[in-house]
Design a protein around this ligand. Structure first.
Ligand code: IMP
Length: 431
């Protein structure tokens, strides 16, 4: 089968970028199909660290075609900043990067809309990344105010469109501000058009019909790697709604977000951390609000790549991973950041939940139920050794091997990779 999808099975930040980076050399295309600049990929490459939030990880390999699919929402200044960052580092970016003419465009009013709603009162707040993702997808699905990348290339049309959209947005924001107009931003349609036309000039060479490009690639026998952004528990349909993102982060998003039919997906790799993290609000049954959690946060450098927020940290939740692995159709899992757990006398794995006095093995599809679930833990012995130099399964201490095996057993899937550090070579391949 020509296509593979790498997908996070938790709440994001599972280190998917490293797996994509390891696999990208064997593929012709690396494609993002969902999300926008809310995704943080940290890639250590050639001894240097790159933080990308919008461009596909594949862009570091000029021999691979990197595709921003139609399901992504694009903030042009961010797109250009990331291109400039790579070029400044000596990484060529040219016809190896393309962006869909159907991808929707994020404008500053989307971010302002989000800021107003997120800060107005805590009741409606989700704890978003503030990148305008939700409001842009709202406009896409609502159809009245959405602007696609292809429209940026038609100056007269864009001006006319923004002259229609912006006054609505200004009125909407005045309403959201609910009298607190002191910090309220107003937008000018013509100024915004001029600004975005400047971006469009630079983006033009990258814009194309990416669905057709991928179909042509499939016909020519090319291999495609899909790179999910965010984790499956943040999927707008199957995640912990409403504390989710606004796109389909599960592989179900591949078809709509790229135009490539799902039957081309021959391999789905579920990526998990050896523990769990979450950024933003929402239920998190295995959360650790103690010294153990603080220690994992520090050792794992668990601070958001995009927002810098400390990530919430907890034990590995096998109930959640079984749920997302099933929804994702995962064939295998990769266990990341195992080295972060060195030095704990014992480790816990959540194998079930207690809910209303009952023990449940399944993940509730309803967040309100999840909020009332208490984890049932299995305790395993920890290990004290530094494992970051291990390169074979047999190099790992017996307790670390046991821990990885148990994650695989509980997830019901083979473990194909164990990662013991951020570098490419800090990787144990199991098959
Ligand atoms: P949004 O995607 O900015 O709308 O944020 C919605 C929720 O998804 C918030 O809880 C964010 O913290 C979370 N989120 C969005 N992108 C990521 C990511 O790449 N990693 C982890 N959490 C994310």
């Amino acid at each position: 089968m020509p296509a593979t999808c790498v997908v996070g099975l938790q709440w994001g930040d599972e280190a998917k970028g490293k797996i994509v980076d390891l696999l990208s050399a064997d593929h012709d295309f690396v494609v993002r199909y969902n999300g926008g600049a809310n995704a943080g990929h940290t890639i250590v490459w050639g001894g240097r660290t790159f933080k990308l939030s919008l461009l596909p990880t594949g862009v570091l390999k000029p021999s691979v075609k990197s595709v921003i699919g139609n399901g992504v929402v694009v903030y042009p200044p961010r797109f250009l900043e990331e291109v400039d960052q790579l070029v400044a580092a000596g990484i060529p970016v040219g016809d190896n990067l393309v962006v869909s003419n159907h991808a929707h465009v994020i404008f500053p009013y989307h971010m302002e809309e989000e800021r107003l709603v997120e800060t107005a009162e805590t009741r409606g707040a989700i704890g978003t990344t503030g990148r305008g993702i939700g409001p842009c997808y709202q406009d896409k699905v609502g159809r009245r105010f959405g602007v696609r990348v292809g429209e940026l290339l038609r100056p007269d049309h864009l001006r006319e469109r923004l002259r229609y959209v912006v006054p609505y947005k200004n009125r909407l924001m005045t309403a959201y501000a609910n009298g607190h107009t002191d910090t309220l931003k107003r937008f000018d349609a013509d100024q915004l058009t001029d600004e975005y036309l400047r971006y469009a000039e630079r983006m033009k060479p990258f814009v194309t019909d990416t669905a057709r490009l991928l179909h042509d690639g499939l016909h020519a026998g090319k291999k495609i790697l899909f790179e999910a952004a965010q984790g499956s528990l943040l999927d707008v349909d199957h995640g912990t709604y409403p504390y989710v993102t606004s796109s389909s982060s599960l592989p179900s998003g591949v078809w709509t977000g790229s135009g490539v039919p799902a039957r081309n997906l021959g391999r789905i790799i579920g990526v998990v951390k050896a523990y769990t993290t979450r950024v933003g609000r929402g239920p998190f049954p295995t959360e650790l609000n103690d010294d153990t959690g603080e220690r994992i946060r520090k050792v794992g450098r668990e601070y958001g790549t995009v927002t810098g927020r400390p990530r919430r940290v907890g034990w590995f939740d096998a109930v959640a991973v079984r749920y997302t692995a099933t929804l994702a159709g995962a064939d295998e899992i990769t266990v990341m950041l195992l080295d972060v757990l060195s030095g704990h006398p014992e480790l816990k794995l959540c194998t079930a939940y207690r809910y209303d006095g009952e023990t449940r093995a399944h993940f509730p599809s309803d967040s309100f139920e999840l909020e009332r679930c208490e984890p049932v833990f299995e305790t395993l012995p920890g290990w004290s050794e530094d494992i970051s130099m291990c390169r074979k399964l047999t190099d790992l201490p017996a307790a670390a091997r046991r821990y990885v095996d148990r994650i695989g057993e509980l997830a019901g899937l083979p473990v194909s990779v164990v990662s013991v550090g951020p570098d490419r070579d800090q990787t144990i391949h199991l098959k």
